[in-house]
Design a protein around this ligand. Sequence first.
Ligand SMILES: Cc1cc2nc3c(=O)[nH]c(=O)nc-3n(C[C@H](O)[C@H](O)[C@H](O)COP(=O)(O)OP(=O)(O)OC[C@H]3O[C@@H](n4cnc5c(N)ncnc54)[C@H](O)[C@@H]3O)c2cc1C
Ligand SMILES: O=P(O)(O)OC[C@H](O)CO
Ligand code: FES
Length: 479
Amino acid sequence: MYDVVVIGAGVIGTAVARELMKFDIKVMVLERENDVACGTTKANSAIVHAGYDAPYGTLKGKFNAWGNRIFGEVCETLNVPFKRIGSLVCAFSEEDLATLEALKHNGELLGISNLEIVDQLSLRAMEPNVSDDAVAALYAPTAGITEPWELAIAYMENAMDNGAELKLNFEVKTIEKKCDHYIISDGNTLVEAKYVVNAAGVYADQIYHMVCDVPEFTITPRRGQYFLLDKSAKDHVRRIIFPCPSNKGKGTLVLPTVNGNILIGPDSEDLEISQKEATETTLERLNLVKQLANHLIKDIPFSENITTFSGLRAEPSTDDFIIGFSQVDGFYNIAGMKSPGLSSAPAIGIYVADEISGVLNAARRTRFEPKRSIRIQFEHLNDLQKKALIERNPAYGRVICRCEMITEGEILDAIHRNCGGTTLNGIKRRVRPGAGRCQGGFCGPRVVEILARELGCAMESVCQEGQSSYILVGKTKSL
Ligand SMILES: Cc1cc2nc3c(=O)[nH]c(=O)nc-3n(C[C@H](O)[C@H](O)[C@H](O)COP(=O)(O)OP(=O)(O)OC[C@H]3O[C@@H](n4cnc5c(N)ncnc54)[C@H](O)[C@@H]3O)c2cc1C
Ligand SMILES: O=P(O)(O)OC[C@H](O)CO
Ligand code: FES
């Protein structure tokens, strides 16, 4: 019997699992996909918001401010990229100027430091490509960018290094409440736990419905679509550039990624409650993203686009995050994790682990290893280091991805760690082969070969992403 089962291995579920491992608690994470971070965590703006946007007095405001404060330390410990590049919210009218003042005031109530309204001249000096029509901006130097899926992978890996378990391909279908525990099933296997943490993203309402006849909330998907530009567009903007927010969200933005690409989006499209899988992109909405971004930033080189994608916000009927023990004894909801859910994840992990360890009366684990072991990034080594590494391990001398300069050694490491990658996109998310300009056209087949060899399976059974997303069907000719 587990003390705690966490349903959902996005950035929220994995953060909770890792923080729970600081206590003497037996933890299992259940995830329906064949990898962690396959839900909203893999498709968002990747911003660690400064925290001035969510209203003072809300859970979003509290956890964003707290999460931003500790984000740098968490990423350093877990070896996850994070850059505090700062953000600018641009004003185009008198009404927008009033919005900037209101955001600054709200941020100050939340304890966000160094917020400043900059005039047109300063804005132009900071970001020469901002539209000539922008008259001022709210500058927040503490905003940052990260790699959301890498954070979730790192959280899960570190949780497993400390004894947590992960069951992939386990779609929770029923949850049965007994007098002092739960029985969770995917239709084949039963898992028993004293407490359940529901971190199932856009499905959190359905999971809660399994134990509660009349749930207090619903979760509706709100889609956002993006363009990702090649690194050749690097430096078109150096900070996160927002328009003023509206009741649809923080608007369509332009920002750099931690790897030097330029990200443009999202739009904000309310879908039906049943459309929890609708992550397709559409020409109509991408054209809207283009139009909105061109209003904010001049001369965006859309010809450098290398991919488009979309993510689903978990829009709760309550408008705020839902975090806490539910009406059902021993059942804990972390639902409605729309933006700023990523920014808040480190703080939510700590908060939830404290609450649950409290009711379990669990002591702190004496042998908790907080650090994740170093990941070698071959490209970032100097020549002497590269030479020494290749002598020690020749796999680092074989470049598999030319666009991103990724070696076989890095791919092997990504496969064999705890919470290692087993799919083409899983390896791409961990070490970036396939994330370059050719989008895996050259390196994809090599990665499939390595995966099959290392996992001891046929190349035909290697998947691109989800279960059954097979890439190869069989041999077309023999040698
Ligand atoms: C367009 C967009 C932009 C955003 N930008 C930002 C941003 O810049 N900054 C920021 O702070 N936040 C941002 N967010 C919000 C942020 O991405 C989310 O708050 C965060 O990723 C939510 O993580 P999660 O773990 O709750 O959900 P998810 O990542 O969706 O994880 C939930 C997991 O539960 C699993 N699951 C579901 N049902 C079951 C089941 N029955 N059995 C087992 N497993 C199940 C899913 O497969 C999934 O892996 C954005 C969101 C979107 C959509
Ligand atoms: O559009 P929002 O408000 O959901 O925010 C999403 C990201 O945080 C910013 O793109
Ligand atoms: S060679 Fe890997 S993305 Fe191009």
